[in-house]
Write a protein that binds this ligand. Structure first.
Ligand code: GDP
Ligand code: MG
Length: 164
């Protein structure tokens, strides 16, 4: 069976947009309302001959007691447990949040290979100073991506495939 790559992160950072861009399909619903994906969504993906299954998740809100958000957290945890590689998606525009830090430490506990994606880097060229804040998550070199435009997705896939 194909290796599994899970896309996780807090709601609204662009996980579903990234998933759709990488798979070339529109299986995941992209919404301005945080937390639309409640279940896990899978699609086959291929990069330079490496095949894998990409999994979108609803997002992780570690601090919430809300029933729907806790179901999403559970689905994300199941995806993490099954994953061979995990992509943590963050958002350049909001910077590093307490939730990002909480999710990062939860992922580090999983001991799985991790790839840090800083999404919404829509401008081409050198990343802005805020980008370097993401080194503080302790997950290694962040990768600048614009899931809307597609910039950086090649670097992201190279990094993911190197960890499969
Ligand atoms: P999710 O909750 O993490 O799955 O986030 P979504 O994929 O549903 O996206 C949330 C919002 O962020 C939507 O309005 C997207 O259009 C927007 N978005 C996602 N990726 C990007 C990006 O690379 N650049 C910009 N400017 N907006 C993005
Ligand atoms: Mg989503």
């Amino acid at each position: 069976s194909k290796p599994i790559v899970a896309v996780v992160g807090r709601p609204n950072v662009g996980k579903s947009t990234l998933f759709n861009k990488l798979t070339g399909q529109r299986l995941a619903i992209v919404e301005d309302t945080p937390g639309v994906t409640r279940d896990r969504i899978y699609a086959p993906c291929e990069w330079l001959g490496q095949e894998f299954m990409l999994v979108d998740t609803g997002g992780i809100e570690p601090f919430s007691d809300d029933v729907i958000l806790s179901q999403m957290r559970r689905q994300a945890q199941l995806a993490i447990d099954k994953a061979d590689v995990i992509i943590l998606v963050t958002d350049l525009r909001s910077g590093v949040t307490a939730t990002d830090q909480e999710v990062a430490s939860m992922l580090l506990k999983s001991r799985k290979p991790l790839v840090l994606c800083v999404n919404k880097c829509d401008r081409v060229g050198d990343p802005p100073p805020e980008f370097y804040e993401f080194y503080n998550l302790g997950l290694g070199d962040p990768i600048a991506v614009s899931s809307v435009h597609g910039h950086g997705t090649g670097d992201l896939l190279d990094t993911v495939c190197a960890k499969i």
